[in-house]
Design a protein around this ligand. Sequence first.
Ligand SMILES: Cc1ncc(COP(=O)(O)O)c(C=O)c1O
Length: 378
Amino acid sequence: MTSSLQQAEHALIVQIEPWVDEMELQQLRRVIDSTFLVEHELTREFESWTARYTGAKHAVAVCNGSMALFTCLKVLGIGPGDEVIVPNLTFIASANAVILAGATPVLCEVREDTFCIDVARAEELVTSRTRAVMPVHLYGQSADLDAVTAFARRHGLKVVEDAAEGIGVRYDGQHVGTVGDMGIISYYGNKTVTCGEGGIILTNDDDLARAAFRMKNYGRDQKGIYSHDTIGFNFSFTDLQAAIGIAQMKKLPAIISKKEAIHKRYVRGLQPLATFCPVYIDPKCEPVFWFSSFLCECPEALATFLRARGVQTRRLFLPLHQQPCYADGKHVRMPRPDFRISESIHQRGISLPSSYSLTDDQQSYVIDQIHQFYAGRD
Ligand SMILES: Cc1ncc(COP(=O)(O)O)c(C=O)c1O
């Protein structure tokens, strides 16, 4: 096996990188030949791919996942004076979309096992202003959508699913993002499949799909006309993104299988370390191991140790209640500020190299280095 120093001097084993090659180039050539670099027919084709794959009736492509979330909230009529219940452990974009819509995110603790929203805790957060709940399907796991749906029904709330990280993830056989009123997927560069930047809105409701298209298309139903029925913006996709996205969707089954194999190999290889604990998978969830994430002891020291040996890792999200930008208390509400679980997940969490390109030798090296780190601490 390569020595640690040799590894550090040569290629870095990255935590995540997309799988892009000739297939994307071939699709891009179609766009260049057509001269339609902007959103056009290939975007419609990409939307059809995504709708077919997820089973959603409608898929509306927008510039990124953040604007997809914002658009969902706006077309559901959520704005100033309204509250949206958001899990405390998520990427900050989930809550910031609510703030951009003029509403207030109300932070809810997550479950220790799945890292996703704890619906039992959400019960305590409902007020007369609550309009929606935003389950986030974190790290390739699904939130408990049965519980979310029942909770939303009990309180007359809309459900906006943040499935930014969730392409391929199913809950009780249904693709995440298609269970609530609206859902979104992100195609950012580090996601399971990517367009560089990109997002898609999923819904089974004809009116919401039309309203979402209008909102991202300057408030009109078609391109090229100058009468605008509603106030809209420009959150357009491009055919350049669609070209890459179509190639990526063709690769998706292979990427998902590889990520599952990577995760299983980490679980097997790290099992002897009592400290290393994989995320629990809800029996109703078919996960996609977008990032292979674990809870362990001393993840920061482990990350530094691995980095010095040529292995890149990533820590799990900093909980929202600890975000410096929310410290003034003006933007989010946290009526039950006991977030010991999300704090503990953050403090113990690490994501290991999880790219499609990860070779068996590289993964063996990563596992071996992790064993060496903990052996040195005995
Ligand atoms: C949970 C979650 N929500 C929202 C987003 C925002 O998506 P985008 O980066 O495409 O704006 C991301 C990350 O990219 C995310 O991980």
